[in-house]
Design a protein around this ligand. Structure first.
Ligand SMILES: Cc1cc2nc3c(=O)[nH]c(=O)nc-3n(C[C@H](O)[C@H](O)[C@H](O)COP(=O)(O)O)c2cc1C
Length: 167
């Protein structure tokens, strides 16, 4: 099984969670930052996992472009979709739904919100002001959901056995 994890990150959290996810998989796993490689060759992978993060309600444009440009090929893969974000509950789930095309949600084997972090070391002046004002957070905070990453990996590895319906 060859796996591609194609991600986009603004402050590094989605890269870190992609690396954490990678550790769960056997076989060859390639991590690609869509910022440095917008057109990874998909034909060599059986499994493709896409990750992006939410800023002002939206996933990165390059994640959207990657999905729409490759939608037909992606539908034929074992597909996983995730986002990093700080909004919990329904808002987080809505952002996840909006981040990827409906057609990909329908065929994805695993879909999840991995939580996120506010990293004040990486934010610019304006971002710090926005986060302090809107989220009322004043220092670096991590809410990465490590359990969600583990469960996501288990779902990706689950083998569908049609004969189980017969017993
Ligand atoms: C300026 C700014 C805006 C953000 N907007 C949202 C948002 O609309 N919804 C949300 O759930 N999280 C929001 N976040 C939190 C990010 O999704 C979180 O920091 C995430 O871990 C970023 O991942 P990255 O480091 O891979 O870019 C925002 C963070 C920043 C700094």
């Amino acid at each position: 099984m060859k796996t591609l994890i194609a991600f986009s990150t603004t402050h590094g959290c989605t890269e870190k969670t992609s690396q954490e996810l990678k550790e769960y998989f056997d076989g060859e796993v390639e991590l690609i930052n869509l910022k440095s490689d917008r057109n990874p060759k998909l034909e060599k992978f059986n499994r493709v996992i896409i990750g992006g993060s939410i800023h002002a309600g939206q996933v990165q444009k390059r994640v959207k472009e990657f999905c729409s440009k490759n939608i037909n090929e992606l539908k034929l893969k074992e597909l996983g979709l995730f986002i990093c974000c700080m909004e919990p509950g329904e808002t987080g789930q809505k952002q996840l739904l909006d981040a990827y095309p409906e057609e990909l949600h329908q065929v994805a084997k695993s879909v999840a919100v991995f939580g996120g972090e506010f990293d004040f070391e990486k934010m610019n002046f304006l971002e710090k002001i926005v986060v302090k004002k809107v989220a009322k957070v004043k220092k670096t905070t991590s809410k990465v959901d490590h359990e969600a990453i583990r469960i996501f990996s288990k779902r990706m590895d689950k083998v569908f056995n049609p004969f189980l319906f017969l017993v």
